[in-house]
Design a protein around this ligand. Structure first.
Ligand SMILES: [Zn+2]
Length: 178
């Protein structure tokens, strides 16, 4: 197979001798990209973090990147399905989207531009630890270390404000714009 040169979407390093554009591991930041196997499935919204995060403050409108929760799940929040025309919004809820995102940088750029200054972005994603590899999710293409997520957020102007379960295989994080 011919080798090709790819730029790591996380740290910008040139990756040489990758097997293909779909299949590479960055030797600097350890980010890994694979070809998808299987079809993406539905994952929990992780709203238990919402209550923890918002606490007793009045619940803002939550813009969800993905499917809306079923109406019988009463979260006392106003949920809206996020689209690219939304602007000046306070909270984007993006559960388990990064593992499937083709263009990570464009995705974060767009979310940053949609949020109001001080707006919050919630993310969750499985992460790889040195000695613990969660099994790939059907359709997953991006495999992160937790430092990859921190770096990605920082690069796009976000500041981490909350993070759950440092050692869990699912990273849940809230980042603030500006
Ligand atoms: Zn890298």
């Amino acid at each position: 197979m011919a080798s090709c040169s790819i730029t790591c979407p996380i740290c910008g390093a040139k990756i040489r001798n990758s097997q293909s554009e779909q299949q590479f591991t960055c030797c600097f930041c350890k980010f890994e990209h694979r070809a998808a196997t299987g079809n993406r499935e539905k994952y929990p919204h992780g709203f238990e973090s919402l209550h923890y995060l918002i606490g007793t403050q009045s619940m803002p409108t939550v813009y969800i990147d993905g499917e809306l929760p079923p109406p019988e799940e009463n979260h006392s929040a106003n949920f809206v399905s996020l689209n690219k025309d939304h602007r000046q919004i306070d909270l984007i809820w993006s559960p388990m989207t990064l593992p499937f995102q083709e263009d990570l940088n464009r995705d974060l750029q767009q979310k940053f531009s949609q949020l109001t200054s001080g707006g919050l972005l919630y993310l969750s994603t499985p992460i790889t630890h040195y000695f613990r590899n969660p099994p790939p999710m059907p359709g997953q293409i991006n495999f992160f270390r937790s430092k990859n997520i921190m770096f990605l957020l920082e690069q796009h102007g976000f500041k981490m404000t909350w993070r759950q379960n440092r050692f869990s295989s699912i990273l849940r994080i809230v980042a603030r714009k500006g």
